[in-house]
Design a protein around this ligand. Sequence first.
Ligand code: LFR
Length: 471
Amino acid sequence: MRSFVAVDLGATSGRVMLGRVGQATAAVELTQLRRFATGPRQRPGGGLRWDVEAMYGEILAGLRQARAAEPVSIGIDSWAVDYGLIGADGKLDGDVRCYRDPRTDGMADKLRESVSDELLYRITGLQYLPFNTVYQLLSEPAERLEGATMLLLPDLIAYWLTGEVGAEVTNASTTALLDATTRQWSTELLERTPIPQSLLPPLRQPGEPIGRSPEGTPVVAVASHDTASAVAAVPATGDDFGYISCGTWSLVGLRLPAPVLTEQARLANFTNEAGIDGTVRFLRNTMGLWLLSESLRVWRERGLGVRLEQVLHEAMKQPAFASLIDPDDPVFLTPGDMPARIARACEERGQPVPDSPGAVVRTILESLALAHAASLRTAAELAGRELRVVHLVGGGALNESLCQLTADACGLPVLAGPVEASALGNVLVQARAAGLADAGPAAAPLARYEPSGDRAAWLAAARRVGVGEAR
Ligand code: LFR
């Protein structure tokens, strides 16, 4: 047995996991050493920020717990786009802001003054999301960027552990500053923006050694974007499958050998993020289970005592397709009263207002399932593929109702699992770097959901609300 530590930071919780890889079977077994809350906090006087110092403390505690297993190496992955700025003194300068902070309002227009949407897409292949790193950087006062180094979150943690700076490429591909074809920082874009080239550290590839932790354990670059790690753990080969990495976000798309940089892909708002082994993650962000977790938070704050299991059960007793929303409507992006926003969206479309937590959750689940199906259909069309199966990985794989509704909406079987896909992908890349070329997921049973229900009713529902029509 050889052990690897995966630090996997999600937008609601972080985990330090131990992955054990057997010599004979090369199957990875994961155990959780530590779990902690990560959620962003509103700073009085402005700014939605991550408490990265607290996260780092938890990570160090997790690494101490891992010591007895004598790990071969440590890998770090997290959500994308957010960064810390390191000043000339080598210290973190200011806060690490959360991508849901509205500070990027108006920044897309600012960038358009020197870079057209078409050019931006042709170079970066990145879907428009208001929080892409480039917009966050444009919202910074210019003097903060002078002489500083930008480190994306996993690179920042690696820097604190090892003292080495760098930008791992899968995550760098979410900044809108990386050329999707050459996989290098785009000097063409940088020349057209006030962002200094000196801000961006040298790129590193998944599998490359970074340095050593204070305890002397090697730290290895993995696919440090959590979605890239999750896609690396999708238990499928061939070209007839789509995937949904389902957690706070639903990342819905295909594994491709090369980017799709067409005008149709841009208009459909599909992204071409970098995957491992030179692959491309051709996908679209859908709002995901954030809609559910924010609703639960609000109900709990109001003392409604809503439990997840029970509300999911209630949801499935509600009438089908009563009220549907477009989950990607920007009104759902920032933290807040999701049930009220959903009610307003339903009212505006002349639909009944969901009148109970169960009804709200039914609206969320069906709308997400429709969005999943629409994005997969468009991805397949844009890439010229035919899909026979959908792999749903990440925490959402535990949500049986969502898995079944997704199978129904797609008209395809859904294979659900692994749940800890990001941590698993993180370990797989480390294991390969350590020479365990055959390392793969332990044969965890995947739950299979066959499409059922009335297909025509799903198609009519999709048309009714226009979900995915532009996709
Ligand atoms: C998922 C994810 C998405 C990214 C979003 C914001 O955790 O990494 O891929 O678009 O978070 O960073």
